[in-house]
Each structure stands twice: as C-alpha cells, then as structure tokens.
Design a binder for this molecule. Sequence first.
Ligand SMILES: NC(=O)c1ccc[n+]([C@@H]2O[C@H](COP(=O)([O-])OP(=O)(O)OC[C@H]3O[C@@H](n4cnc5c(N)ncnc54)[C@H](OP(=O)(O)O)[C@@H]3O)[C@@H](O)[C@H]2O)c1
Length: 271
Amino acid sequence: MRGCDMACALCHNSPTMPRKQTDENPFFDPFGKLALMAKTASSHGMTDHRFQRVLIVGASGGIGQALAEHYALGGAAITRLSRRNTGFDLTDPDGVEAQLGALAGPFDLIIVATGALEIEGVGPEKSLSQVNADALARQFAVNAIGPALILRHVPRLMDRQGAGVCAVLSARVGSIGDNRAGGWYGYRAAKAAVNQIVRTGSIELARSHKGAALIALHPGTVRTKFTENYLGRHPAVAPEEAAANIARVLAEIGPAQTGQFFDWKGEAVPW
Ligand SMILES: NC(=O)c1ccc[n+]([C@@H]2O[C@H](COP(=O)([O-])OP(=O)(O)OC[C@H]3O[C@@H](n4cnc5c(N)ncnc54)[C@H](OP(=O)(O)O)[C@@H]3O)[C@@H](O)[C@H]2O)c1
C-alpha cells in the first residue's frame, strides 16, 4: 500500500501498527452527529422524488456509477457522461463544451462525480520536494478546471423556477481549515480551488435560480479505483452505500444550503 511507509507525511504510526482513526488520516470522517441523516433516512427513504431528471458527469467512476444506478432505481431518467463511455475528457475544454453544449436539460439534479488522485502514474506528494509543476498543473486541470468548465453550463441546464441541485464531489482533504496531516499538495490545492469555484458559482446561480442550490460534497471514504492504492486498513464503504449516503444528504439540500461544503453525513466541512 502506498502512503504508509515510515517517510509518509500522512501517517504518524508505524506501518506495522493499525492506524488510529483520527483527523490525521486524510480519508477520515470524524464520527459525529448522525441525527440529520437518521431523520432524512426515515423521511425520504432511499431517494428524493424531486430528482427525476438527473445528469451524472463521471458516470463511469465508482461513485458516479453507483449514483446513476441509485437514481435510476428510483425511476429517474439519467443522462451519463464519462471519459470511458462518451469520450468526455475534462482536460479537453472543446470536448467538454461540445458534450455539455449538446444537452438541453433542464435537470433537477446534476452531479459532478469526476476526479483523480493519481494522474498519469503520478500519485500524491508526501513532501514539498516532490512538488512538480506538470503534475500540479494536471491536478488542477482534472480536479478544478474541468469541474469549472462543467459548471459554466449549470445555469442553462437548470430550470430557473425549479428547485434543482448541483453537487460537485470534492474531498475533505481540500479543506484548508481541517488540514492537519499535510501532504498531497496538488490534490488538496485543486480540491480547495474547486471549492472556491463552487462557492463563487453558487452566489451567481442564486441571482437567477432562487430555488436552486450548488454545493461541494465530500462523499466519505469509498472503495473505488480511486482509493485502491491508498486505503490500506482505513475503513471504507462500498460505492452503493456511498451513493445512498449522498442521496440522503442531497434530499435535504435547498437554497438555504447553497454555496456550502457538506460531508456524506450532511455535516458542514470547514473551508
Ligand atoms: N473514493 C473516495 O474515497 C473519495 C474520497 C473523497 C473524495 N472523492 C471524490 O469523489 C469523486 C469520485 O471518486 P471515485 O472514488 O468515484 O473515483 P473513480 O472510481 O476513480 O472515478 C473517477 C471518475 O473520474 C473520471 N475522470 C478522471 N479523470 C478524468 C478526465 N481527465 N476526464 C474525464 N473524466 C475523468 C473517471 O472517468 P473514466 O473512468 O471514464 O476514465 C471516473 O468517471 C472524485 O472527485 C474524488 O476526488 C472520493
């Protein structure tokens, strides 16, 4: 497993010791109040019938695919974009423009489920000495600029009179205030950047779409291709469970929550 040798900037325990679940673990979600989730789980069941027209960008990913299936099972019409299946490449601005521009909408729910930790074989940096200009640029291209190019289309793809929700999958490690473990310079910085783009976009969206919401969302630690080299013994949930968790949070999102950063339990994450 990568990221857990003695030189690891993220793990403060010996590689032979089970790691403690602390905020030092970048995948860690502190156990906390589950009241909101319990309430939403019972009042909404597995899905929200507000979301009948759903766009999933990154529908080939572990979480994206599970979300598409989750909402499809609830009867929603799903539009799926992905690099693997529709040639949707975030690093190709003209291609992003062409595929998003071809959609008419309106959508009740748009989820940006793309993202990468390891890009072109380069994993997250453990120290400043590993910071590399090209790798940093690729992190920003995939995790910040790509989602921004998608968000360009969100006002057009949502009903101005509706109660649409757009969620961008971010990561708790993108939180500046919650960064206690260090490391992962490029990924952290790119997720912090996308958080700012989401926040800024939400302010603009609120002017034209008064019932809508645009949020950043930490999906929790999920067993997908994304985490396969980094999980080790960190607890993680299956994509289907992550999708159900995310759906329960999204069911509670409205204009009062726009511009915020939530985790999979519906708790606010500090910026
Ligand atoms: N898994 C976790 O524990 C975890 C924790 C915190 C945050 N997140 C966030 O959750 C999101 C989804 O993660 P995941 O676990 O579902 O990852 P995943 O299974 O690796 O899926 C990643 C998705 O992003 C797409 N993608 C990557 N680079 C792309 C590019 N250049 N252009 C277009 N699409 C690209 C992939 O497309 P193809 O497969 O078609 O190439 C795939 O659809 C990411 O934003 C990640 O940062 C995940």
